[in-house]
Design a binder for this molecule. Structure first.
Ligand code: GLN
Length: 192
């Protein structure tokens, strides 16, 4: 895939921050708010926000089936925080996420909003650490067969498989672009 069109699910959450990071990299990008929008993109970022609300919006706009189908067919996808929860197939409180990835996550696992924190994260393949912002972040309890690219306090915080990437923190909020670049260059190149 040369110069892929990267969609950002723009129903709820910090989608604008992801679009800005993609813009800073010069990538083609567009907000995704409908199945029609989804048809126009080669890859998708699911932002942070509130997974229950985002899933409700996905259902209200009748996008669940199309999203699951595209992801199962190999569309590259990157989920941050709530976006990671939305990809998972096992969520602590039984939330019916998309279930497209063999991941077990526990929501709000570091505590309340006031217990949100920042940390420097060493990411496999990057020389300098990434400043991670964790806002009512989930913990990946079981990463299944995923490759763990970064950990914090012995828990995976950035994981990948062949077509999917999930971060429990927000690289996009500080304008950090290296993880987005990694996603586009490694998971989007040569797909579909
Ligand atoms: N706590 C949110 C949820 O469970 C995720 C928070 C975030 O995306 N920063 O959906």
């Amino acid at each position: 895939m040369v110069d892929p069109q990267i969609g950002v699910l723009a129903l709820q959450g910090d989608f604008a921050a992801h679009l800005s990071v993609l813009e800073s990299c010069g990538y083609r990008r567009s907000p995704v708010r409908s199945c029609l929008d989804l048809d126009q993109v080669d890859a998708l970022i699911i932002p942070g926000g509130e997974s229950t609300t985002m899933l409700k919006m996905i259902d209200r706009y009748e996008m669940r089936e199309a999203l699951v189908k595209r992801i199962r067919n190999g569309m590259p996808v990157f989920g941050t925080c709530a976006g990671a929860i939305i990809l998972a197939d096992r969520v602590s409180d039984g939330e019916m996420a998309l279930g497209t990835w063999d991941l077990q996550v526990e929501r709000n696992a570091y505590g309340r909003q006031s217990e949100s924190f920042e940390a420097d994260i060493k990411v496999r393949g990057l020389d300098e650490t990434v400043r991670g912002i964790f806002i009512r972040a989930p913990i990946i309890v079981d990463a299944g067969g995923a490759e763990v690219m970064a950990t914090f306090a012995d828990r995976p915080v950035l994981v990948r498989n062949n077509t999917m990437l999930a971060a429990t923190f927000h690289p996009e909020l500080l304008g950090e672009a290296r993880i987005h670049r990694w996603f586009v260059e490694n998971l989007c190149a040569g797909k579909e």
